[in-house]
Design a protein around this ligand. Structure first.
Ligand SMILES: Cc1cc2nc3c(=O)[nH]c(=O)nc-3n(C[C@H](O)[C@H](O)[C@H](O)COP(=O)(O)OP(=O)(O)OC[C@H]3O[C@@H](n4cnc5c(N)ncnc54)[C@H](O)[C@@H]3O)c2cc1C
Length: 471
């Protein structure tokens, strides 16, 4: 690259010929990070976002005087790309005081019975504990054989990808609690149940994030002002380069570049495009000419899994009076997974819950009719919280829900692979198609589907484009 004293690549800037260097389609964290990196090397960039605001699956809400994350929220120190970006942006994190406290008690609620426990493992039987630890050790052994950046090339990849984590567990595990715990863990990590996940995918995922310990424990940090503020800060830096409320309908591409076509037929020309969204979202864009069959198959078959996230806001975090952390693994349909989401330094108390949408018999399984009825959903969630924390939990100041299964332009919370997907189509996840490059968290090597993965993917795609523009 022909860089000058200020580090800016003049060659790239001069090659613009009146068109932009790059259009980034998707103003989530991944697209914004890609744009920021490209602007830093002198590229002329526009970010096009369909929704009225940037951030995508990170989304701030305001209630009872608090700023809350209705989308992505927590992180851990192993999520290096996110930790570095926060440092660059000057955004601080804080540790959830009760999650970090080894003396705090968590709630385990199964079949009408409530128990509290300290440490990492719920009070399951000795046999269930042994089964869990053995299954995890075996999964980690498999994970060690899987190349993190090319899981489809793992030894025995086809066999591993021909079965589900659920079927594999059934062969090894007889204790209901072990299955339930594995379901809860993968429901949090991948928003899918073991029965829905390829064994290859599940083991690869575990290895790529750094093992079971990272998957279950490295999520105790939150972002000052909310994780949604990351996209807001990135967009503020990018200024007028960001355009919201502009759903891209089509991308015409050729050896000369791309034309990104908007809702009313308006066009933006550029030399390259980065499509920064999940493969499931990308299938709503028309590509002219049609994408190669392998990429088309990836997009058509890609699954995004979803959940409903809720916030119950209380006058104060009353559960802490009893040394409770606010964390629950339970089997009550309205709130099978709960965490204390109280922002730092705030006198109110916030419980964050997740309603799993991946099957009626899993994690309690909520009646499908309840999902679209706000009053019944609220009642189901609050009844669960009362069972976990007592009657005070039934009297929140405010109760907010966000159903990520029905969001415009965003297909779901997180992409994960069913059997056959990784070996058949995984290789096309990151492979550019002419001037089209792919970002979005689902294309990440580590923490795919998470904010950190979105950043890794944005940086990787920006690197590809910068190299292509300067060659
Ligand atoms: C409820 C929930 C909880 C989560 N919890 C966590 C957590 O605690 N920690 C964590 O790290 N991660 C979490 N995540 C995941 C994390 O938020 C996402 O992985 C990350 O934000 C994805 O960023 P992205 O930029 O890759 O994709 P997205 O945020 O999905 O961005 C893609 C963007 O593309 C836009 N778009 C789509 N189609 C078009 C089109 N045709 N034209 C223009 N624009 C288009 C979309 O509107 C969207 O803004 C959570 C997500 C949700 C929803």
């Amino acid at each position: 690259m022909n860089t000058t004293d200020d580090g800016v690549d003049r060659t790239m800037r001069n090659k613009g010929h009146g068109t932009l260097d790059v259009v980034v389609v998707g103003g989530g964290v991944s697209g914004l990070v890609a744009a920021r990196r490209l602007v830093a090397v002198g590229a002329r960039v526009a970010v096009i976002e369909a929704r009225p605001q940037v951030g995508g699956r990170t989304l701030l809400a305001h209630a009872a005087g608090l700023t809350l994350d209705q989308g992505g929220q927590w992180l851990g120190t192993s999520m290096r790309p996110l930790v570095s970006l926060l440092a660059e942006l000057g955004i601080d994190t804080y540790r959830n005081p009760t999650l970090a406290d080894p003396e705090a008690y968590h709630v385990w609620y199964r079949e009408g019975r409530r128990e509290v426990y300290q440490g990492e493992l719920p009070p399951i039987s000795e046999r269930a504990t042994i089964e869990l630890l053995e299954a995890v050790a075996e999964l980690e052994k498999i994970a060690a054989t899987i190349p993190v950046d090319r899981p489809w090339d793992a030894p025995g990849a086809a066999e591993l990808d021909a079965t589900t984590l659920g079927a594999w567990l059934r062969e090894r595990v007889s204790e209901k609690d072990t299955v339930y715990l594995m379901t809860a863990i993968y429901s949090l990590a991948c928003v899918a149940s073991p029965a829905q996940l390829s064994l290859l995918y599940a083991a690869w995922y575990l290895g790529a994030v750094g093992g079971f310990e990272a998957l279950t424990s490295d999520l105790d940090l939150a972002v000052e002002g909310g994780a949604g503020s990351v996209a807001v800060a990135l967009a503020a830096e990018l200024g007028e380069r960001v355009r919201c409320g502009w759903p891209v309908r089509a991308i015409a591409h050729s050896g000369d570049g791309v034309r990104v076509i908007g809702p009313g037929g308006e066009e933006i020309a550029a030399r390259r495009v980065i499509v920064a969204m999940s493969p499931a979202d990308a299938r709503n864009i028309e590509f002219r000419p049609q994408l190669p069959t392998s990429r088309q198959m990836l997009q058509v078959n890609w699954q995004q899994f979803s959940l409903i996230k809720f916030h119950a806001i209380y006058e104060r975090p009353f559960w802490r009076d009893e040394s409770l952390s606010g964390s629950v693994i339970g089997d009550l349909p309205g709130a099978p997974l709960v965490v204390d989401g109280t922002p730092e330094g705030c006198s109110r108390g916030v419980l964050v819950g997740f309603v799993a949408l991946h099957g009626p018999r899993l994690l309690g399984g909520v009646d499908p009719d309840v999902l679209d009825d706000p009053e019944r959903l609220r009642a189901a969630a609050l009844n669960a919280l009362i069972s976990y924390f007592g009657p005070q939990a039934g009297r929140p100041l405010e109760f907010l829900t966000r159903n990520w299964a029905v969001e415009p332009y965003i297909t779901g919370v997180l992409g994960a692979c069913a059997p056959g997907m990784l070996t058949a189509h995984g290789e096309t996840l990151r492979r550019p198609v002419g001037p089209i490059h792919w970002a979005g968290s689902e294309t990440a090597v580590r923490w795919a589907g998470w904010i950190s993965g979105a950043i890794e993917a944005g940086e990787r795609a920006a690197g590809e484009v910068a190299a292509a523009l300067s060659s």
